[in-house]
Design a protein around this ligand. Structure first.
Ligand code: AOF
Ligand code: ZN
Length: 386
């Protein structure tokens, strides 16, 4: 990344809260550039400022690559001695795939380090900040903590809650339908919305559907016509192991990782062996009274290194995850069309909501136009901050 000396940031009033916030928000924006490429690592950005001028910026860009602080230090246009580093996550103090960032900051002679949030990784967890202070560096914590925690929500959810971050996505008509009476659903959303979904598919670790959707839509669940940041593992929740041997998911399983979660019994069946010979991974998933448990699906995914999962339906799967309060984010594309029909064709089935005051409501909702559709991006939980 090119180093930056930005006249607009040549302020004499550095050290003020407002300046600190501006610089940290810049570091958080840089952090986002790693989305889809750094997982299961966190997205981190770093801005280095000396005498009120930005002398370098950097971010963690890919898993196994240099951390944000080291990337920024490598791009300094002037000596960083006596400078301030704004880092969106506590600098690490352990030897991982790369040496500790704390040591790099100490060796470079930084005078002050501003940190947004602590790193919940047990190998760091406050020790990074302590090490910097012990070396005589002034450390200020908690600047734009909420903003950074939002970007880090998937990593924090894995570390703190022991499960992957869940994104639910569906497209519906203005009257809340996801299909017509005879089951037609192609296409409810506009081409721009579908492209947006492919962008999402191109950066998540896993894409999950129920067996009903796998059967009805015969989806491929791959990202197409967008830059691919990672190849998501495709996951079908299929208690009765009905997934067809001739489905697109199964016939492409040797090329794209595909996991079918089923009951302990079915996982031992002949059908399971046949699916495996087509390249499908089969895993047993805990059920209760014959119904699969969403938390068991997430445990199976976490144990396979999945940090975030996109749920693409159908209603049974979405309803179970919502009922278990396991949806962190929903992206709902609303098309300006009316379909009519019955409740059987809505995105979510009965949630047990009696009065409107009990309806599920997000902690935040951002709305924007995508082509002719309206996209609602809802978050249902605050990030579990370190
Ligand atoms: C930082 N700056 O930019 C990031 C940090 O395997 P490694 O060496 O890449 O280390 C990964 C761990 O380092 C990760 O789990 C998290 O605790 C921390 N990530 N730390 O100082 C960064 N990405
Ligand atoms: Zn580091």
């Amino acid at each position: 990344m090119a180093a930056v000396t930005d006249q607009a940031d040549r302020l004499t009033d550095d050290n003020t809260d407002e300046f600190d916030r501006r610089m940290m928000l810049r570091a958080i924006r840089l952090a986002r550039r790693g989305e889809g490429r750094v997982e299961p690592n966190p997205m981190v950005g770093c801005v280095i400022v000396r005498s009120g001028s930005v002398i370098a910026e950097g971010s963690h860009r890919r898993f196994g690559g240099p951390h944000a602080e080291v990337a920024a230090l490598a791009h300094c246009t002037r000596s960083p001695r006596g400078a301030t580093a704004y880092v969106s996550l506590e600098p690490c103090c352990h030897v991982g795939k790369t040496p500790p960032c704390c040591d790099a900051l100490i060796d470079a002679g930084l005078a002050r380090v501003v940190v947004a949030v602590g790193d919940p990784n047990p190998e760091v967890n406050g020790r990074g900040i302590r090490r910097l202070r012990e070396a005589g560096i002034r450390v200020d914590e908690g600047i734009c903590a909420a903003e950074s925690a939002e970007v880090l929500a998937p990593v924090f959810t894995c570390r703190r809650l022991g499960r992957p971050y869940v994104i639910a996505k569906w497209a519906q008509s203005l009257d809340g339908r996801v299909a017509t009476k005879r089951g037609d659903s192609r296409w409810i959303s506009c081409p721009q919305s579908r492209r947006e979904v492919h962008r999402l598919r191109a950066r998540v670790d896993a894409i999950l559907v129920g067996s009903g959707t796998a059967k009805a839509d015969d989806p491929l669940l791959t990202a197409r016509d967008v830059p691919i940041k990672r190849v998501a593992r495709r996951v079908v929740v299929d208690g009765r192991l009905r997934t067809s041997m001739t489905s697109q998911l199964v016939t492409t399983a040797k090329r794209v990782p595909t996991l079918v979660l089923t009951s302990a019994d079915r996982a031992k069946s002949t059908k399971a062996r046949r699916l495996e010979s087509s390249g499908v991974e089969i895993a047993a998933c805990r059920a209760r009274s014959g119904r699969w448990l969403p938390e068991a699906c997430l445990a199976a995914l976490l144990s396979r290194g999945v940090t975030n999962v996109l749920i693409e339906g159908g209603p049974e799967v979405l309803t179970s995850f919502f009922k278990a309060d396991l949806v962190d984010e929903a992206r709902v594309f609303v098309a300006p069309i009316l379909v009519g029909g019955g409740p059987r064709h809505s995105a979510i089935a009965d949630l047990g909501v009696g009065s409107i005051s009990d309806a599920l409501s997000p902690v935040s909702c951002a709305t924007r136009r995508v082509g002719v559709d309206t996209l609602h991006e809802m978050r249902f939980h605050d990030s579990p901050v370190a």
